[in-house]
Design a protein around this ligand. Structure first.
Ligand code: PLP
Length: 398
């Protein structure tokens, strides 16, 4: 009989969103007349922009004509999109070769798939709290995980501890769920630490488009030395509403070297290329045309308008927290607002309290790591009217 990968039994039950859904539907059944506002969603709500939709339509037409039909595309993505991504990076002063950019079906797959390249005996450093995919994918591979604590004391931006050795380091900035964003100086310390430890940083920049403070880095490659030690994952999910359309990109610089146990050097870029050519057959042509349209002048303008819409909501939530004197992070360079549960409640108690008293749904911080036990996440992905109404009800509670 085939034996299963026993590391799967070490995974914690992923009950966060199913438990949230269960409690909300129980509440609605009991109180059918109460309106419930969902500020827990990590999904966009605005439709794709016009420029993107037009690009999809014309790509679909191309696919329907014999002379412009396309079958399998390059596993790494079409050059027109890789060039558009390289152009986007140039706006941050980052210069990449086209063959360092790999088009993906989103950051979730690639942040997990990249673990294929590393031996199981590496030590992985993961911030807590954070997006749960990093922990789960490394657990599946049986890697040793050490956590670096994000707490109110360090503004949820943990810094390297030189007494701890790590081979692989995950950084998510702006962070999900805390909304906290590293500045250049802080990222430089992480890059220095990675170089000293011969470690690789896996940098998740899925929320870079929400950064409004011009002094904050959008890419880790804005930091000198990062091209020798960092892989970067980004996505159009939040930049342009592609959560259901699926397109992202991963940068694997050619300067990153890794070694085998007997000291042979390997290029991470070549390994990733080999991995993708073996296990991935590319993103649909129509989607890649839509993605390239995001990087056009008009497409970027529309994407910025969508982000501005969400950030108005983030501002409404952040202002409410300030008024009420509740400790929080995020809401400025991120669509997430992460706040301390009032009255010493833990995050599930607070979830029930908010649902019962205000009919507002958020996400309990405990779902993102043990440092989230007394914290709570609200998101900016609802309408302005609903966000205002939710905050009006919220104020009445305190
Ligand atoms: N990385 C982070 C930090 C996220 O929060 C998310 C989605 O919520 C993803 C990656 C996944 O993005 P994608 O839709 O590109 O797979």
């Amino acid at each position: 009989m085939a034996r299963f990968n026993e590391h799967f039994s070490e995974l914690k039950e992923s009950y966060l969103f199913s438990e949230v859904a269960k409690r909300v539907s129980a509440f609605q059944e009991k109180h059918p007349d109460r309106s419930v506002i969902r500020l827990g969603i990590g999904d966009v709500t605005l439709p794709l922009s016009q420029t993107v939709v037009q690009a999809m339509h014309s790509a679909a037409d191309e696919m329907g004509r014999a002379e412009s039909f396309r079958g399998y595309g390059p596993e790494q993505g079409y050059d027109f999109l890789r060039e558009a991504v390289a152009g986007h990076y140039r706006t941050f002063g980052v210069y990449l070769d086209i063959d360092e950019i790999f088009v993906s079906d989103g950051a979730k797959s690639d942040t997990g798939n990249i673990t294929d390249l590393f031996s199981a005996d590496n030590t992985v450093l993961i911030p807590d709290p954070v997006y749960p995919v990093y922990v789960d994918t490394n657990t599946m591979n049986g890697r040793r995980i050490v956590f670096t604590d994000g707490t109110a004391e360090n503004n949820f931006l943990p810094m390297p501890d030189r007494s701890v050795h790590a081979d692989i380091i995950y950084i998510c900035s702006p962070n999900n769920p805390t909304g906290a964003c590293y500045n250049r100086e802080q990222l430089r310390k992480w890059v220095d630490y990675a170089l000293e430890n011969d470690a690789v940083i896996l940098f998740d920049s899925a929320y870079e488009c929400f950064i409004s403070n011009s002094s904050l880095p959008h890419s880790i490659y804005e930091i000198e030395g990062a091209k020798e030690c960092a892989v970067e994952f980004c996505s159009l999910s939040k930049t342009a509403g592609f959560t259901g359309t699926r397109c992202g990109y991963t940068v694997v610089p050619k300067d990153i070297k890794t070694v085998s146990s007997d000291g042979r050097e390997m290029s991470l870029n070549k390994m990733w290329n080999r991995r993708q050519c073996t296990k991935f057959n590319g993103v649909p042509y129509i989607v890649q045309r839509a993605a390239a349209a995001v990087f056009s002048e008009e497409g970027m303008k529309e994407a910025r308008d969508m982000i501005a819409h969400y950030m108005v909501n983030a501002g409404i939530i952040a202002e409410t927290m300030k008024e009420l004197g509740i400790r929080f992070t995020g809401g400025i360079d991120s669509p997430y607002i992460w706040f301390e549960c009032p009255g010493g409640m833990n995050s599930w108690e607070f979830f029930d309290f908010m649902l019962e008293k205000a009919g507002v749904v958020g996400t309990p911080g405990a779902g993102f790591g043990r440092n989230g036990d007394n914290w709570f996440r609200l998101t900016a992905f609802n309408s302005k009217e609903n966000t205002e109404e939710a905050m009006r009800r919220f104020r009445e509670l305190f």
